[in-house]
Design a protein around this ligand. Structure first.
Ligand code: HEC
Length: 98
């Protein structure tokens, strides 16, 4: 699903980043909890900021994340995607809050 939705084109095949910030490190732009990432992936960066989320972490590459709400069919699919994103994490275990 991660491949099929085009996530690696921006975040790299193993989530280490590329054109866009890594999703495998322990810097989280808006927060690392499920609720925040659920919203970021479906709404996009602008949508998240409209809901009063602010940048709390700064990655080397800064840009907007596009919305995937239309491409993700169900909450279950989104949680599976998020579960996969969690497996890519290579940051400190002490920063895990999910
Ligand atoms: C067109 C490029 C692009 C695509 C495709 C893309 N992203 Fe992103 N993503 C970004 C950018 C840029 C950010 C940083 C957003 C910001 O700073 O507002 C981001 C942020 C994220 C974050 C939070 C990272 C952090 O450090 O806080 C996650 C998780 C994420 N994306 C997951 C995904 C998933 C899952 C997919 C596929 C469904 C995906 N992205 C597809 C560009 C992309």
């Amino acid at each position: 699903m991660f491949q099929g939705k085009g996530c690696p084109g921006c975040h790299g095949g193993s989530g280490g980043g590329g054109m866009c910030p890594p999703i495998s490190n322990d810097i989280w732009v808006y927060g690392s909890d499920d609720d925040t990432l659920f919203r970021l992936i479906t709404l996009d960066s602008d949508g998240l900021q409209k809901k009063s989320f602010i940048r709390i972490g700064m990655e080397n590459i800064v840009g907007p994340m596009p919305p995937f709400g239309e491409l993700i069919k169900s909450d279950e699919e989104l949680f599976e995607l998020l579960a996969y994103v969690r497996t890519l994490y290579r940051g400190s275990p002490s920063r895990v809050n999910w």
